[in-house]
Design a protein around this ligand. Structure first.
Ligand SMILES: Cc1ncc(COP(=O)(O)O)c(C=O)c1O
Length: 388
């Protein structure tokens, strides 16, 4: 039976009787664990994912977090990594061998594209990027050596979605594994395992932690995949999440649903007031009825977070960057999902020495709505947009 979200967030995975009935779990700050006898040691060695031998394998503080995130995603188990990027790389490496082929949606998170296009090619792993809304195009790319269909829905600049159940059906027909980067929606607003996806990944750095003070990642999947990934990638590559970080994330996780609700509500209020402004050419937000994939977004997501993108109607990069510099309450930064409002002007990434220009036009700015009062954020934006 599916656990209630309130039980997952408050109790699941916690064994308070083992630590003085403390409400909040201790940070088990240890590298290794001792055994009273050889028989117990041998039993643990045979079940390292569940026993406590060495913190590179399983640490009790990290384990509580692992069980909670797996339950939120509706999967058997999960593995926590030192970053979302590590979780993505380990997943792809897990699914392929030398000479295999991956199909990935176009314009995924930049390091997802890089691990495929710059790193795995070293091992003869090939890939194709594809418009994820075009099932025929995906099917046309499937070859005998294709092993994985990698999704990211929505993505995090232009919010392109894939029809997740349709992609899963296609993958199953051709015996491919499916993985999805679910960071945008969070486990609160989208549970891809219920739609048949095999592997669900998050940058825990974003909403799950939610306080802009930890970098972490998670892979959620069936027990069979987690067991194998634990032996094959997790223990070999060793990119683990330390217990101190796990404790911080556990604290953040307790408020995930109310943060998501607040962020969505504020974002809806802000975009409703911004739409129609003369300096805005286009506003992208999956839960805005004008969004091209609005119906699909409503069908497979129960909510939408705090990211929206504005295409400004301005003559050049300089005028855009001038507008950005007059915005004070939204901070210029990468990432998102924390307590604070952020903005990422694509124009700032243009014409940098030794760097390719982004695939996104310079006139796009991505905004992230934090936990501030929406009127406080809106007043600042409108003042900058209405100024000279
Ligand atoms: C959609 C998405 N996936 C994955 C990542 C990578 O996460 P991390 O920064 O934790 O490595 C990011 C980071 O910005 C992201 O936006």
């Amino acid at each position: 039976m599916e656990e209630h979200i309130s039980y997952i967030l408050n109790d699941l995975g916690e064994h308070r009787e083992k630590y003085f009935n403390a409400m909040s779990p201790p940070i088990i700050q240890t590298s290794n664990f001792v055994f009273p006898n050889v028989a117990d040691f041998q039993a643990a060695i045979l079940d390292e994912l569940n026993a406590h031998i060495y913190t590179k394998g399983n640490n009790p503080t990290v384990e509580i977090l692992r069980k909670k995130i797996a339950a939120l995603e509706g999967t058997d188990d999960a593995l926590l990594f030192a970053s979302g990027t590590a979780a993505i790389s380990m997943t792809i490496m897990h699914c392929v061998g030398q000479g295999d082929h991956v199909i990935c949606v176009r314009h995924p998170y930049s390091w997802t594209a890089t691990v495929l296009s710059k790193y795995l090619v070293k091992f003869g792993v090939t890939h194709d990027f594809v418009d994820g809304s075009d099932l025929k195009a995906i099917e046309a790319l499937i070859k005998p050596n294709t092993k994985l269909l990698f999704l990211e829905s929505p993505n995090t600049f232009t919010y392109e979605l894939q029809d997740i159940p349709a992609c899963v059906a296609l993958a199953k027909k051709h015996n491919l594994l499916t993985a999805i980067d679910n960071s945008h929606a969070s486990p609160i607003f989208q549970q891809p395992a219920k739609m048949g996806v095999d592997i669900i990944i998050h940058s825990v750095t974003k909403y799950i932690n939610g306080h802009s003070d930890v970098v972490a990642g998670v892979v959620c999947s069936h027990q069979q995949i987690i067991d194998k990934m634990f032996i094959d990638e997790y223990m070999i590559l060793g990119g683990i999440l330390p217990p101190q970080e796990a404790a911080l994330i556990l604290r953040g996780l307790r408020t995930l649903p109310i943060r998501m609700e607040r962020v969505q509500k504020s974002t809806m209020q802000i975009i409703a007031r911004l739409k129609g402004h003369p300096k805005i050419k286009k506003l992208l937000y999956p839960f805005d009825p004008d969004f091209p994939q609005y119906d699909l977004a409503r069908k497979q997501m129960s909510g939408c977070g705090g990211l929206f993108t504005i295409e400004f109607d301005l003559p050049d990069k300089d005028s855009l960057l001038k507008l950005i510099s007059s915005i004070k309450r939204w901070k210029i930064a990468v990432s998102w999902g924390g307590h604070e409002a952020l903005m990422l002007p694509i124009a700032a990434l243009y014409d940098l020495p030794g760097r390719d220009n982004p695939h996104i036009p310079w006139s796009f700015v991505r905004f992230y709505v934090g936990l501030e009062e929406p009127d406080y954020l809106l007043a600042d934006l409108l003042e900058a947009m209405d100024g000279e």
